[in-house]
Structure formats: C-alpha cells, structure tokens
Design a protein around this ligand. Sequence first.
Ligand code: HEC
Length: 153
Amino acid sequence: MKKILYVPGVVVALSSLLAVNAFAQAKPDVLVKQRQAAMTLQGKYFGPLGGMAAGRVPFDAAVVSRNAGYLEVLAKMPWDGFDASTSGEKSNALPEVFSNTAKFKQAADHLQTEVGKLVTVSKGGNEADTKAAIGAVGKACGGCHEDFRVKQK
Ligand code: HEC
C-alpha cells in the first residue's frame, strides 16, 4: 500500500522534468556538437560494413546485422541538430544545409530508407544482397556529404 501512495508523486516529478527538457532549446554550439557526435557514431558503425562491402574486411553477417540495428537509430539523430540557429556556428556544414532545407531533408530521409533496407536484408543472411545494401547506404552518406559538407582533405 505504501508503495502505491508514492507513485503519483513520482509521476508528477518525472513529467515536470520532461516538460522542462521539451521546452529548453539547446544552445547552437551544443546542437553542433551533438549532431557531429551522432555523425561520428554513424561513421564508427558504418565503417566496418563499408570495409566488408569493399572486400577489405572479412564479411561477418552478425556484425552487419548488429551495426545495421545501431545505424537505424543513429540515422534518426543528427537532423534536429541542423537547426537554423546553428547557421552561424563554426562547423563543416555548408550554407546549403540552411538554404536548401528540402533537399537536405530528402537526403536525410534517403539515408533512413536505405538503412531500413539494410536492416531487413542483413537479417536474411545473403552476402551479396547485404553487400549491395551496404553500398546503397554508403552512397546515401556520400551523396549528402558531397552536397552539404565542406570537402574533406
Ligand atoms: C543528409 C545529409 C547527411 C547524411 C545522409 C550523412 N551525413 Fe554525415 N555529415 C553531414 C554534414 C552536413 C556534416 C558536417 C556536420 C558539422 O560539421 O556540423 C557531416 C559530418 C559527418 C562526419 C564528421 C563528424 C564530425 O565530428 O565532424 C562523419 C564521420 C559523418 N558525417 C559520417 C556519416 C555517415 C557514416 C553517414 C551515413 C551512414 C552520414 N554521415 C550521412 C551530412 C550528412
């Protein structure tokens, strides 16, 4: 009985905490750090798969399937960090990110579609199909970087 009496208090405390978070707008420099962190993690979990598709790393279906699952979540994360408030911050995002938001969103959606396909295909265990799906994800990453990221040396 005692436990039940405490519950409403906990719920109230939790929901007010969530409300504060929902309305607090992160500072532009923090948004940049967060989107770069999400990109960095995509790089971490996509890197080995790209190596497998290119034949540089031995194919490992279990690693592909696991990393594809991570990427499915990570590929949702960077986008709200490209908020207009960040357009003046120092970063590798080209001005087109903020001037051609429709095309940028299309490229972000395209990545999520291709990652979704990779998740499905990687569960089937067909090596050739999986490598092709990895290639399509790599193109989705590279295509957006080509249009929207400062060229890397
Ligand atoms: C819709 C566009 C888009 C897609 C798709 C995209 N990126 Fe990026 N990525 C960017 C932009 C823009 C930057 C520069 C961000 C910045 O400097 O704030 C970036 C930066 C990065 C960085 C450098 C992060 C840092 O710390 O500066 C890595 C690594 C990266 N992306 C990996 C990936 C991988 C891997 C994929 C695919 C799984 C991917 N990206 C898909 C737009 C994209």
